[in-house]
Design a protein around this ligand. Sequence first.
Ligand code: ADP
Length: 254
Amino acid sequence: MNEILYAKNLTKIYDTKNKIKVLNNVSLTVNNEDFICIMGPSGSGKSTFLNVLSTVDNPNTGILKINGKKIYEMSDSEIARLRYENIGFVFQDFNLVDSMTISENISLPLVLANKNKKEIKEKTEELANNLHIFELLYKFPNECSGGQRQRAAAARALIANPKLLIADEPTGNLDTKNSHELLKIFQQRNKICGTAILMVTHDSMIASYSKKLIFLRDGKIEQVLERNNLTQKEFFYKIVDITSKESQNLFDVI
Ligand code: ADP
């Protein structure tokens, strides 16, 4: 197995009056073929963790390596390059560029990497075909449905064959059918290409697509659940068990 991401003892403290540790000595290793889901109550540090792991934000202390390279010893331009060569991102609100066609949006990472036009066209069309958005290539995002836009965002995230796909609540703006379709795309990439996936969600059904669940609370990893040989349905029930206890705890603070 190849290690793609290594994080050791990450700590993040926002410069507020109470100086709470939003991340408190958190460590995580992501290898290729991993499909990891992060869950936890609101305010537990999920977004902060994802932002630090994806080099969008810096921790106060800790070590982060992506593809074996120590991030905090690199310049901003080296980090930006490492990021676009290794990581694809999918966000809740799609983040497509409205003034570009779906085709231009999907191919953006290859254009930025100076690939030749023929290769860009072939790869864009092949991926759009796989994700059933081929007929939308010359439309603009506002002419597409939410599910179609999210598939275009997934295509953009995957077109440069990233080693790691990072997704922050990727189904937050999708209905159930489109959510499952998106997760099946992720699952297929993970299975066929070994693309590692790291995803934050609050939805147990969506989390059941992963192979490992990490539950965060108060900036710490409280629980790790491995799927192992469980079916998706069995894993779903285990996740629901954790999240329903979490919901019951909410009454303790009343
Ligand atoms: P989650 O994604 O699990 O809801 P976040 O990572 O967004 O949690 O936030 C964790 C904690 O950090 C929360 O208490 C939040 O208020 C605080 N926080 C997040 N961003 C900032 C910021 N830029 N400045 C100060 N506090 C922040």
